[in-house]
Write a protein that binds this ligand. Sequence first.
Ligand code: GAR
Length: 197
Amino acid sequence: MLTLAVLISGTGSNLRALLEAASDPDFPARIVVVGADRQADGFAHAEAFGIPTIMVPYSEFASREEWGAELHAQLTVWRPDLVVLSGLMRLLPAAFVDAWAPRLINTHPAYLPEFPGAHGVRDALAAGATQTGASVIVVDGGVDTGPILAQERVDVLPGDTEHTLHERIKPVERRLLIDVVRRIATGDLDLSVYDTH
Ligand code: GAR
C-alpha cells in the first residue's frame, strides 16, 4: 500500500477527490497526512475523513529555507512514500525538493510547459489561448519544469472567466492525479527513473 502526504494551500477540492478515491478498499494508496502552509479551508476534507493534519505557517518563519526544513521534519514523522502537491501555493526550497524528489509530484492547471507558475489559468486566458489543460509532474528545482507524468488538453470557451475555466480544468486534474497515484502504487509508473541523486 502506497502512503501519501498531500500538501495544500486552499480549498482542497482535488485533495477531496483523492480522499474519496483512497477510501475505496481496492485503491492501492492511502493518505496518511495532509499538510498546509496556512490554515487552509481544505483541512476540513482531511478532518471529514479522519486524516491527521499538519500546519506549518509560512508567515511565521524567517526564510523559505527554515519553513521548508520544518515542513520536511514534520512530514518525515509520517514516513509517506509519496508527497503530492495539490494546490500548495508556495515554492519549496531546494533542500526540501532534494530530500523528497522524485517521490514528490505536483498538479498544475495548464498544459506544461505552457503557463507555469502561480497563475496558470489566468495566464492562459490573458494569452488568448484557445486550449489549455492540466498536468501532473515530478517536482524538480524549477517552477513547474519537472518531468511530465500525465497531461490532457482542455478547451477555452468563449466567455470563460478564470473561475469557469479553472472549474473545468480541475476535474481533469483530479482524474489525472488519481490515475498517476494508482500507477505509481501498482508499479506501472516507476518514479526511480527520474531520480537525479
Ligand atoms: C489546482 O488547480 C492546482 O493545480 C493549482 O491550485 C488548484 C488547487 O485547487 N495549483 C497551482 O496552480 C500550483 N501552481 P483545490 O485547492 O481546489 O484543490
